[in-house]
Design a protein around this ligand. Structure first.
Ligand code: ADP
Length: 417
């Protein structure tokens, strides 16, 4: 938190035991909690887990101990986030990794929306929690679940530093001309309407890892990061600072995604209201849940779409082409924004795994110095790797993202510095 002098949010906490080296990362959604316990001495994972369908009779917990032991599954109603975290804590305790351990240094929370105030990971105080609550109107689907997760974890370990790591933080460096929409300034400011961007933890991690892969200082590099998961976003990163990103006020703007439309003429919404008689909520669901690849061809898994394309399915082929066309436009736009591009980097589920997407996205861009080597692109690996031809002017890379490790690292660094 850099701009609010009344906040204690960025102060360092020194009350974690000096030898405590574990960090629990919590990613709380509206009906799910994902968790990972990491050992920060070697940045290894000790356990991961997921509680889903919280509040339903079909709740399910899957816990995976990563240093020996088989995954364990529990089903049956888990009423709320409190119960979910307790169930996760029980599983961790059964592996000798209980949350009451003095080895636990902190809990790091993924928080989706930090608005303009939070440009850094922040120790959660009452003031910080109030500010995250104040941002609920701009993140109605995400921030309430994040707040519930934080409160639940605080109740479980009130003595422990809890740190918020914001999806928006990395993008707070965007200049005003990239962050502002060209709408009436008073209206925009009154309602905090501007482009915030998301997936920031991933864009930060991947742009830094790319510099490591290239063996060059991050400060010298201009990178375009393409985070292509079910949600998808692109960012232009100059010298380690984000200068533009494709998501906006909400994660709906930008690339074609699994179920979201990405960029669209805003007049489509008036048209749907006036002509199709749809309500605001119905349009919200249409654009966020029934659009993108699902809307275009009934499927959002890129593996299945490619299989259908290979079988000659025309709807799948059109969906793929629309997805690729949008991606290509962003690569071109961000090349112009950056002026000089050193690397284009693919990450997340589709970016890391789909060679056809990587090939198609950069096809015909030789004029930009962009090319993909077919053999390198075909390699399957969990490691960061180059897929551009030897000696290419612009590096093209695949760099697996790791948002949990980044959250754990930022959390641990904050409480120890
Ligand atoms: P999320 O946004 O949910 O975190 P991920 O980054 O895990 O998403 O990406 C999930 C998506 O990755 C899936 O919907 C699927 O389209 C894609 N994906 C996963 N594995 C592969 C694969 N081997 N080939 C192509 N696409 C894949």
């Amino acid at each position: 938190m850099t701009t609010d002098p009344t906040s204690e949010g960025s102060r360092s906490m020194t009350d974690a035991p000096a030898d405590a080296h574990r960090v629990l990362v919590l990613n709380s959604g509206s009906s799910s909690v994902k968790y990972q316990l990491l050992d920060m001495r070697d940045r290894s994972r000790l356990a991961t887990g997921l509680v889903e369908r919280i509040g339903e009779s079909s709740s399910r917990l899957v816990h995976t101990p990563l240093k020996g032991g088989e995954p364990r599954e529990r089903s049956g109603r888990i009423a709320d986030h409190g119960e979910a975290l307790k169930a996760a804590a029980d599983e961790l305790a059964a592996d000798g990794l209980g949350l009451d351990s003095p080895e636990l240094a902190a809990i790091g929370h993924r928080v989706v929306h930090g608005g303009l105030k939070f440009s850094e990971p922040t120790v959660i105080t009452d003031d910080v929690l109030k500010e995250i609550e104040r941002l609920v109107p701009v993140a109605p689907l995400h921030n309430p679940a994040n707040i519930t997760g934080i409160r639940t974890a605080q109740a479980l370990r009130p003595d422990l530093p809890q740190v918020a790591v914001f999806d928006t933080a990395f993008h707070t460096t965007m200049p005003e001309h990239a962050a502002r929409y060209a709408i009436d300034v008073e209206t925009a400011d009154a309602h905090r309407i501007r482009r915030y961007g998301f997936h920031g933890t991933s864009h930060a991690y991947v742009s830094r890892r790319t510099a490591e892969l290239l063996g060059r200082p991050v400060a010298d590099l201009n990178v375009i990061v393409l985070h292509l998961g079910n949600g998808a976003s692109a960012s232009a990163v100059a010298g380690g600072r984000c200068v533009d990103t494709s998501m906006g006020l909400t994660p709906l703007e930008g690339l074609v995604m699994g179920t979201r439309s990405g960029d669209i003429d805003p007049a489509v919404t008036f048209h749907l209201k006036r002509v199709a008689g749809m309500s605001t909520d119905e349009i919200d669901v249409l654009l966020n849940k029934r659009s993108g690849l699902v809307g275009l061809c009934g499927e959002n898994d890129m593996r299945e779409i490619r299989r259908r394309v290979d079988e000659g399915d025309e709807r799948a082929a059109l969906a793929f082409d629309i997805y690729i066309h949008r991606l290509k436009k962003y690569v071109g736009a961000y090349s112009a924004v950056l002026g000089r591009v050193d690397a284009v980097v693919f990450t997340a589920g589709v970016g890391e795994n789909s060679a056809p997407v990587r090939k198609a996205a950069l096809a015909g861009m030789e004029g930009f110095g962009l090319a993909v080597d077919a053999d390198r692109n075909a390699v399957r690996s969990g490691e960061p790797r180059l897929i551009s031809p030897e000696g290419a002017r612009v590096a093209v890379a695949v760099v697996p993202t790791d948002e949990e490790l980044e959250i754990a690292g930022q959390t641990f660094d904050l409480i120890h510095n």
